[in-house]
Design a protein around this ligand. Structure first.
Ligand code: HEM
Length: 103
């Protein structure tokens, strides 16, 4: 596997959380880049047999959330260090301090 031999009985860890941060698939995978193209990420189980049946609803909900938020705030900017969740299952931001100025 990728130039390494896995011998019978050896354990292999499945590192799910790294899937969308694979440097062989994405340039600067740790960088948030909303304009990334192509962007063959695996969120919502894309590329697998259990693709999220309601990812379109979930995307709509997030779009409406940000559209409504954008109407109510005048600025939003980082206000401290972001912290990633320590997990081999879910890749997520645990803390992201923000300074939000309301209109
Ligand atoms: C931001 C919100 C959501 C995220 C991040 C998300 C993520 C996912 C992921 C990663 C999977 C694949 C799991 C796997 O491979 O085993 C999945 C499957 C699924 N999701 Fe979502 N989901 C979201 C919202 C929703 C909503 C709103 C619904 C329903 C109203 C929904 C219904 C389902 C169903 C039924 C499956 C299983 C499909 C199958 O096994 O064939 N999801 N979701």
């Amino acid at each position: 596997m990728h130039g390494r031999q896995v011998k019978a009985g050896q354990k292999v860890i499945f590192w799910w959380a790294s899937g969308n941060r694979d440097e062989r698939a994405f340039d600067s995978p740790m960088r948030v880049n909303l304009m990334r193209s192509p962007n063959r990420h695996m969120s919502f189980g894309q590329g697998g047999p259990h693709i999220c049946l309601e990812m379109w609803l979930a995307r709509l909900e997030v779009r409406v959330l940000f559209e409504e938020l954008a109407k109510r705030i005048s600025s939003i900017e980082p206000d401290g260090e972001q912290k990633f969740l320590r997990s081999n299952f879910i890749g997520a931001i645990k803390e992201l301090p923000l300074r939000v100025v309301m209109q």
